[in-house]
Design a binder for this molecule. Structure first.
Ligand code: DGJ
Length: 700
C-alpha cells in the first residue's frame, strides 16, 4: 500500500513475498478520458484509474464499491489515511468466528481511514500469519456524529494491474456440492453469492485467481475465503483498462444496517493466501492454516472416530431394538461411534412434524436417550445424536405455543420447504430456547457427538421481522446462530460437532470454526462423491470431511458399485457407514471389519496428511495422501467406466521420500520413493465399471 500526498491510500502489490520495497517503480498517472479527477487542474489523478485499497463509488471510482454508507450527504466516502497501528497478535472479531493464533504467530496492522464530511471512520485490519502464509482481513465501520445506514461493506477488495487469471470457484447443487469450476476471466463481472440465508449448496464463499496455465505443481494462485455462513458475495470485475478488482463480503442484496451516531459495524473476516506452488500448494496451505488457525474445537487435531449413522439404514422407522442390533453389528465390525439420526424426538415419524420439540420419543426409545446411550456405551462405542435446531414444524408443540417464532410475513401464507419453517434466530428468546433445550438433551445422556443439520433456506422476511428491520434480518440470524454455536460448543467441549445442511448446504468456514466436521453431501454414491470430495478437499481439511459407505443400489442415484470402491472412496475422508449392517452377508460384514481395521492404520495419514491430486482424467481419479514424516502414503485410484481397448494407466505418485524404500502389502512388493514418483505404477487392467484400488505404502 502507499499513502499518497493527499492521504489517499492506494494499493501497490499483493503476491509473492518481496523482501525490500525500493518504491523506485512509481505510479504512472495518465489523463484518461471520462475518468474524473478530484483535483482541479490535474487531469491525471483519478480514483477510477488508481489501484485502490478500499473504495466507495461517487467520487470518481466507477468499479464495484467496497463500501457504501448512506446518510444526509449521500453514499460516497472520501476516505483519507489518518493513522495506523501495528501490534503482535490479533484481536477477536466481535460476535463473529475468525482465525486465531498466538502473539508469536501473527502480527496485525490496523489502518484508520477517515471521511471528514460524513465523520465516518473505516478501520482496515490485516493480520499476517507469516509462517502459515495467510493474511486475515476485516473492516470496522464507525459513524461519527451522523446516524447512517451501511449498505455495502466488503471484507476486502483487491485491485490487480492485470487480468491474467482464470477464476476457480466451487459451485454445484443439492447432492452435487462443491463442483470445482474454472471460468476464464471475462469482460465484465464474474460473481458468485447467496441470498438464501446460508452459504448454500451451489456456491461456496471461496474464490481463487490462478495463472491461466496453472498446474497442480506450478503457477501462481491467489485464494480468498470468507469466514461466514450467510448471504455473501464474491466477484472479480474487469475494467476497460485491463485491470481487475476482486472482492468478497456480505451480500448487499437485502442488506442495510442502521448505525446511530458513534456506532460501529464489524464485517466478517476474509482469509487470503498466495502460493506459486500451483493448486496443490493452495490446497496444502489452506488445509494447514485452517486446521491450525481456524478450527477452534478441541478435536481439531484429534483422530476422528469411524461412525455408523442409521439414516439410510432405517430413515424414520426404527425401534430401540433395531438401533441396538445395528450397534452390535457395528461394534463387531470395529466401528467406534453410533450416530442416531433424525426421528428420535417428538412425534417425528416423517419429515412433516415435530421440529422444535427436542424431547425423546418414548414410543420408539422406551428407555430414553440415556438408556440407549448406556447400552451403546456398554458395547464400547460412543453415542452421537442428530438435531435440526434452527427449524420448526407447524405440527409441533413449539409452533402451537409460539407460532410467532417462525419466520413469516403477517397476512401471507407460509412458504414451506421440506414441510418446515425456519425459526427466527434474530430473536434472543428463540436462541435462548434452543440453547436451553439442546443443553437439556446433551446433559440427559452420555452424548459425545452432535450432528447439527439445517434443511431449508430462508424466505418470508418482512419489515419489522422480530427485532430486526427487514434488511438487517439475514445478518442478525447468522449472529444469533453463531451465539448459539459459541455457547454450546464451549459448554460441551467433549462433544464432537458435525455440521450439515442437507449435506454440504452450509459447509463453510463460519461453521468450521465451531464444528470441526461437516457432512459433505447427502449423495452417498461412491462415484458421485468423487467430484464432491475433490471439491471439498480442494480447500477444506480432510479431517473435516465426512464420507460414508452406503448400500446398493445407491439411494440417491440407483448405481451399483463394488463394496471395495465404496470403501476406498469413503476412506478418502472421515470414514463412516450408513447402511443396514444387519442385512449384510457374513462375507460383507467381514469386509466392513477389514475396512475399519485398515482405516485405523491409515487414519492419521488420511485425516492429517498432505493430499496430492495425481493425474486426473474424466474417467479416472487418483490421489496420494502422505503423512507428515513421509513414512506412510495412501494411494487411491478409481476408474469410473470400463472402455473398449482401454489404454493402460500409469500413475506417478507424489510427496514421498525419494530414497526411502516403501513396502506395499496389497501388492506384496517394495518400491523406492523416486521409483513411485518418477516411473509410477501401472494400474491393473480390469474391465469393470467403478473399479478402484487402494495401496498403502509404509516406509521400511
Ligand atoms: C439431511 C441430512 O443431510 C441427512 O444426512 C439426514 O440427517 C437427514 N437430513 C435427516 O432428516
Amino acid at each position: 500500500m502507499q499513502v499518497l500526498e493527499n492521504d489517499i491510500l492506494v494499493h501497490r502489490y499483493f503476491g509473492k513475498k518481496v523482501n525490500q520495497f525500493s518504491s523506485s517503480n512509481k505510479i504512472t498517472y495518465l489523463d484518461r478520458a471520462f475518468s474524473p479527477s478530484p483535483i482541479s487542474g490535474n487531469r491525471t489523478f483519478s480514483l477510477d484509474t488508481l489501484s485502490m485499497e478500499y473504495s466507495s463509488n461517487g467520487l470518481g471510482d466507477f468499479r464495484a464499491a467496497a463500501i457504501e454508507v448512506r446518510n444526509e450527504f449521500g453514499t460516497a466516502l472520501d476516505l483519507r489515511y489518518q493513522t495506523h497501528r501495528i501490534f503482535k497478535g490479533k484481536k477477536k472479531l466481535l460476535d463473529l468466528p475468525a482465525s486465531f493464533a498466538s502473539e508469536e504467530e501473527v502480527e496485525t496492522l490496523e489502518i484508520d481511514l477517515y471521511d471528514q464530511l460524513t465523520d465516518v471512520t473505516v478501520t482496515l485490519s490485516y493480520s499476517v500469519f507469516e509462517e502459515a502464509n495467510f493474511l486475515a482481513r476485516s473492516v470496522v465501520i464507525q459513524t461519527g456524529r451522523y446516524p447512517s445506514t451501511l449498505e455495502t461493506a466488503l471484507s476486502f477488495m483487491l485491485d490487480f494491474p492485470h487480468q491474467d487469471f482464470a477464476i476457480h470457484s466451487l459451485t454445484g447443487r443439492y447432492g452435487y456440492e462443491k463442483e470445482w469450476t474454472v471460468t476464464p476471466i471475462t469482460k465484465g463481472k464474474y460473481s458468485i453469492g447467496s441470498i438464501r440465508g446460508a452459504s448454500s449448496h451451489s456456491r461456496t464463499p471461496f474464490l481463487a485467481l490462478a495463472s491461466k496455465d496453472v498446474t497442480e505443481d506450478y503457477g501462481e494462485v491467489y485464494s480468498a475465503h470468507l469466514v461466514y455462513s450467510g448471504n455473501f458475495t464474491g466477484f472479480v470485475e474487469t475494467t476497460a483498462l485491463e485491470t481487475c478488482r476482486w472482492g468478497m463480503g456480505l451480500n448487499d442484496w437485502g442488506f442495510c444496517w442502521k448505525l446511530e451516531a458513534h456506532q460501529s459495524f464489524q464485517t466478517p473476516e476474509a482469509l487470503l493466501s498466495y502460493t506459486d506452488r500451483g493448486l496443490t500448494g493452495m490446497t496444502q496451505t489452506s488445509h494447514a492454516f485452517l486446521q491450525k488457525h481456524l478450527v477452534r474445537s478441541p478435536f481439531a487435531n484429534k483422530p476422528r472416530p469411524i461412525l455408523i449413522n442409521n439414516w439410510e439404514a432405517t430413515y424414520f422407522h426404527f425401534t430401540e431394538e433395531k438401533i441396538l442390533s445395528l450397534a452390535r453389528e457395528a461394534q463387531q465390525a470395529g466401528i467406534e461411534l453410533f450416530v442416531l439420526d433424525d426421528g428420535w424426538f417428538g412425534k417425528r415419524n416423517n419429515d412433516e412434524s415435530s421440529l422444535g420439540d427436542w424431547y425423546v420419543n418414548k414410543e420408539k426409545l422406551p428407555n430414553g436417550l440415556n438408556g440407549l446411550a448406556e447400552a451403546i456405551n456398554d458395547l464400547g462405542m460412543e453415542f452421537g445424536l442428530w438435531f435440526e435446531p434452527e427449524m420448526i414444524s407447524v405440527d409441533s408443540e413449539l409452533y402451537r405455543k409460539h407460532p410467532d417464532w417462525a419466520i413469516h410475513i403477517k397476512g401471507r401464507e407460509h412458504i414451506y420447504s421440506r414441510e418446515q419453517l425456519v425459526l427466527d434466530l434474530s430473536k434472543k428468546e428463540v436462541c435462548d430456547y434452543l440453547i436451553d433445550s439442546i443443553t437439556r438433551v446433551l446433559q440427559s445422556a452420555n452424548i459425545t457427538y452432535v450432528k447439527w443439520d439445517m434443511n431449508r433456506n430462508i424466505t418470508s422476511i418482512s419489515e419489522g421481522q422480530a427485532n430486526a428491520t427487514k434488511h438487517e434480518f439475514y445478518h442478525r440470524y447468522i449472529l444469533g446462530l453463531y451465539r448459539i454455536l459459541d455457547t454450546l460448543t464451549q459448554a460441551f467441549p467433549h462433544v464432537l460437532f458435525e455440521s450439515c445442511a442437507g449435506g454440504g448446504g452450509r459447509n463453510d468456514l463460519g461453521m468450521l470454526y465451531y464444528m470441526p466436521q461437516a457432512w459433505a453431501s447427502d449423495n452417498t454414491d461412491a462415484i458421485g462423491r468423487l467430484s464432491i470430495q475433490e471439491g471439498t478437499s480442494l480447500i477444506y481439511p480432510i479431517a473435516s470431511m465426512g464420507a460414508h459407505v452406503s448400500a446398493v443400489p445407491n439411494h440417491q442415484v440407483g448405481r451399483i458399485t463394488p463394496f471395495s470402491t465404496r470403501g476406498n472412496v469413503a476412506m478418502l475422508g472421515n470414514l463412516g457407514y450408513e447402511l443396514d449392517l444387519t442385512a449384510l452377508s457374513d462375507s460383507k460384514k467381514k469386509e466392513v471389519a477389514s475396512q475399519t481395521a485398515l482405516y485405523k492404520s491409515i487414519r492419521q495419514t488420511v485425516q492429517f496428511g498432505n493430499i496430492y491430486r495425481l493425474q486426473q482424467t474424466e474417467n479416472t481419479k487418483a490421489y496420494t495422501y502422505v503423512n507428515k514424516d513421509k513414512s506412510q502414503a495412501v494411494f487411491t485410484f478409481v476408474k469410473i467406466l470400463a472402455q473398449p481397448e482401454a489404454p493402460l494407466v500409469q500413475v506417478r505418485l507424489k510427496g514421498l521420500e525419494e530414497r526411502a524404500l516403501y513396502h506395499c502389502p496389497q501388492l506384496d512388493a517394495s518400491f523406492y520413493g523416486d521409483e513411485l514418483m518418477n516411473i509410477g505404477l501401472t494400474m491393473p487392467h480390469i474391465q469393470k465399471d467403478f473399479f478402484s484400488v487402494q495401496y498403502i505404502f509404509n516406509k521400511i
